[in-house]
Design a protein around this ligand. Structure first.
Ligand code: FES
Ligand SMILES: [Fe+2]
Length: 377
């Protein structure tokens, strides 16, 4: 992959001079250049301008119900952890000790005492991230806790989910969710309980995944099970460009799916809400052409009697993801192979793809800061 091509100004979606055109003439828009899906340089810029600046789904609230409970993970490639404080508020920090940089938290999740103690030289931080103990440091050095706190990350909860944002300040989580918050208000998320996860590492770019998610042009060929439940002819994608989300309408067939609400919030949040349960998904971009697809299933009734029905429901949903992954693995291989350069976008079915790709273009045109603000509050 050449880096020079992607360092240039992003081409217009309607660039008539693009190199992948067919013989049918103009009128339609074009996909992003293939090289954007496998470029280290593009990924570096996406990380700086997209994944550090947006709220990213990180965990669910019931995983850390009590003060001192924590969960560790990765956001935009940064090792971070979220911890519930003595005041019940969730805070999050880079997983980096201020002394010599050890990782504070090794376990995927757990509970700490009053102090979170670094495993290297036992510096202790309270649950709000303030340094409270620098064990037997020697000399006359004293530490102002305010100056040596753990580097914070923005953290907020929304209806039982924990979101983090690496770059601090800016939109609150509710502002970022925009109209989704009100539209989802009568879905009983608080009454739904975690049932199972299905996480998978997939050799596709996050944009390859997003492109696929935002059109149903492929549904009749790729998803026979979904088409049996859904009135595919009435499937619709509403683009909310200003608020950067997509409202997917999938009307039920007679006897098929029940009432549902489906969102994709740029860059990578997927909410599928039903009265009786939810499928909540996100994508963790690991590198150019590499993601971890993370999917959690919640149900209102998680009693043992319902376990088999819940499992079947989750597996049915996961099967649709598998069908998508099967085809887009090949798409990604071809995006990297150098034969396909770009293609035309269907005005009838792929306006969601075009809107998504426009969001990517706009974000990449926005200059990234050299470093992110991680200084303590
Ligand atoms: S690196 Fe944490 S106490 Fe030394
Ligand atoms: Fe699909």
């Amino acid at each position: 992959m050449t880096v020079t091509a992607v360092s240039a100004a992003p081409p217009s979606a309607r660039d008539p001079g693009c190199d992948g055109g067919d013989a049918s003439g103009g009128g339609h828009a074009w996909t992003l250049p293939a090289e954007w899906y496998a470029s280290e340089e593009i990924f570096r810029r996406e990380r700086a301008t997209i994944f550090t600046r947006n709220w990213m789904l990180f965990s669910w609230s019931a995983k850390i119900p009590n003060p001192g409970d924590y969960v560790r993970g990765t956001v935009a490639g940064y090792s971070v952890f979220a911890i519930r404080g003595d005041d019940g508020k969730v805070r999050a920090f880079h997983n980096v000790c201020r002394h010599r940089g050890a990782e504070m938290v090794g376990e995927e999740s757990g509970h700490c005492g009053k102090l979170l103690v670094c495993p290297y030289h036992s510096w202790g931080y309270d649950r709000a991230g303030l340094l409270q103990r620098a064990r037997d440091f020697g000399g006359s050095q004293t530490f102002d806790p305010a100056g040596w706190g753990l580097h914070p990350v923005d953290a907020e909860e929304w209806r039982g989910f924990v979101f983090l944002k690496i770059e601090r300040g800016g939109e609150t989580l509710r502002e970022w969710l925009g109209a989704i918050d009100a539209m989802a208000a009568d879905y009983p998320l608080e009454d739904q309980h975690y049932f199972m996860s299905k996480d998978r590492d997939v050799a596709v770019d996050w944009k390859t995944y997003g492109d696929n998610y935002l059109e149903c042009y492929h549904c009749q060929t790729m998803h026979p099970g979904l088409c049996a439940s859904m009135d595919i002819d009435r499937y619709r994608v509403d683009v909310h460009a200003e608020e950067k989300f997509f409202h997917l309408h999938a009307p039920a067939r007679e006897g098929g799916l029940t009432r549902g609400l489906y969102f994709y919030r740029f860059p990578v949040l997927m909410l599928n809400l039903y009265d009786w349960g939810s499928s909540i998904a996100t994508v963790e971009p690991i590198g150019p052409g590499k993601i971890r697809h993370i999917n959690w299933y919640f149900f209102t009734d998680v009693s043992p009697e319902k376990a088999e029905a819940n499992r079947q429901s989750a597996e049915w949903s996961a099967q649709i993801v598998s069908e998508d992954i099967d085809i887009i693995l090949g798409v990604q291989r071809n995006l990297e192979a150098g034969i396909y350069t770009r293609g035309p976008i269907s005005p009838k079915y792929e306006h969601g793809v075009l809107a998504f790709q426009t969001m990517v273009r706009e974000a990449l045109a926005d200059p990234a800061p050299e470093t992110h603000r991680v200084a303590a509050e």
